[in-house]
Design a protein around this ligand. Structure first.
Ligand SMILES: Cc1ncc(COP(=O)(O)O)c(C=O)c1O
Length: 443
């Protein structure tokens, strides 16, 4: 049974309770533009541009307020419920008052052991749970605090572009300087790596890898990792690998871990997340594993900042990691079916979207005739004219501006509906582009 949540003005029972939770979750706390301009005086905040996605979110909210049924393929926020056994475990453990105390910042021993076992089972990588594993409050927190731990002002970091924003902004907040790298894991990657090391002053301290990639869905092979590790060892560069989509792969090629490369542990740390793998995004549970010195640095910073996730969450997460993987299979198959429906229906609608091999995203080039307006304006048009929200590629970096990211976070029926809406929208723009794109938004 669900625990009940009551407030003074509402009984904590059944249907009413659902309404209360709904209200609590959805009530806006918007503080307005004035706060924005006051905040901009702060040194760190000035380095954080307003989220591009915010513009799309605002438009989405006002379209919804006006009664539109927006199909939301924008945010990478999994819509699938956490498997019931994991939820049940949380409910059981939370009954024990001993679990209500502060937990441990780097994660309870059972959780770190479970993560080490997962790495051994899945990648054949042996880790010492005492020194090479730390639990994080989602992988995003782990990544940002690793940046905090290792960056001195002005340090140069090599970062993919386009990429998940925390990869760059975690370091920018820590005083680092970003040099953009291509995402495609081919020869061009190594050319830009060579150039970066030759021309950056000071020499880069770290290289960020993210395969399977958010947002591009590029995947990397073990051979690619071997070459990157050899390069990093030679030039004494730290590798930070974000493997958040380790388990969302569709074509029987399982994404490898950079730690499978012999000697990688000397230079690399890898981040994984329970958010996508087990549909646990709100639980905030992730991990950093790998090089002992780096893990110790992250643990030290965390020990000053947090007391670890709520113990019942850690216990339930341990159970999930120790399980047989059938829950992961269900999640993977759901996204795979959605991917297939999306690629087929969008392509039939006149928008050829490449089929992603992994992640929960498609990285779709703007239809030819919309290239000149860029990804943000195109995304706004899709909301206004097709009732479909996507993420503008420019929100992931300037080199993403000819693309939008389509997240597979609505069911197959809704994805088909999105395709029908888009078909109508494209047909109307065929008839008369002037109808669709105002002249002043063209570049
Ligand atoms: C590449 C990548 N890394 C990290 C994260 C954050 O994951 P978590 O929920 O574990 O913080 C995401 C979430 O979308 C992601 O796409």
């Amino acid at each position: 049974m669900q625990p009940s949540i009551g407030t003074p003005d509402s009984p904590a029972t059944g249907k009413d309770n659902t309404a209360v939770v709904d209200r609590l979750i959805h009530r806006s706390t918007d503080t307005g533009d004035q706060t924005e301009s006051i905040m901009e005086e702060f040194h760190k905040v000035r380095r954080l541009p307003p989220y591009v996605f915010e513009q799309v979110n605002r438009l989405k909210a006002s379209a919804r307020a006006a009664g539109a049924d927006i199909i939301d393929l924008g945010m990478g926020n999994p819509d699938l419920p956490t498997p019931q056994a994991i939820v049940d475990k949380l409910c059981e453990v939370v009954q024990d008052p001993r679990t209500h105390r502060y937990s441990t910042s780097r994660g309870i021993p059972g959780l770190r052991k479970a993560q080490a076992r997962y790495y051994e089972r899945r990648f054949g990588v042996k880790l010492n749970p005492e020194t090479q594993v730390v639990a994080t409050l989602g992988s995003k927190e782990g990544f940002a605090n690793m940046a905090q731990a290792i960056t001195a002002p002005g340090d140069v970091i090599l970062c993919p572009n386009p990429t998940y924003p925390i990869h760059a902004f975690g370091f920018i907040m820590s005083g680092g300087v970003i040099r953009s790298m291509t995402v495609k894991p081919d020869d061009s990657f190594f050319h830009s790596l060579e150039r970066a090391v030759r021309h950056s002053i000071p020499k880069p301290i770290a290289l960020i890898l993210n395969y399977p990639s958010n947002p591009t869905a590029h995947t990397a092979s073990l051979d690619f990792y071997k070459d990157v590790v050899a390069f990093a060892r030679k030039h004494e560069i730290i590798i930070l690998s974000d493997l958040a989509y380790a388990e969302l792969y569709y074509d029987d090629i399982r994404p490898p871990s950079v730690l499978q490369v012999p000697g990688a542990i000397d230079v690399a740390v890898e981040f994984t997340s329970m958010s996508k793998t087990f549909s646990m995004p709100g639980w905030r549970m992730g991990f950093a594993v790998g090089n002992e010195r780096l893990i110790a640095a992250l643990s030290r910073v965390k020990s000053y900042l947090d007391y670890g996730a709520f113990t019942p969450i850690q216990v339930a997460a341990s159970m999930a990691l120790n399980s047989d993987g059938s829950d992961i299979e269900i999640v993977r198959n759901t996204y795979k079916r959605r991917r297939d429906v999306m690629v087929e229906s969008f392509t039939n609608a006149g928008w050829a979207v490449p089929s992603p091999e992994a992640t929960m995203f498609a990285w779709a080039p703007l239809p030819e005739r919309f290239r000149e307006i860029g990804s943000l304006e195109f995304s706004k048009l899709l909301i206004e004219r097709a009732d479909v929200a996507v993420a503008p590629g420019v929100g992931f970096g300037e080199y993403g501006d000819e693309f939008v990211r389509i997240a597979l976070v609505e069911n197959e029926h809704r994805i088909r509906q999105a395709a029908r809406n888009i078909k109508r929208f494209l047909a109307s723009s065929d008839e008369n582009m002037q109808n669709v794109v105002q002249l002043d938004t063209r570049r």
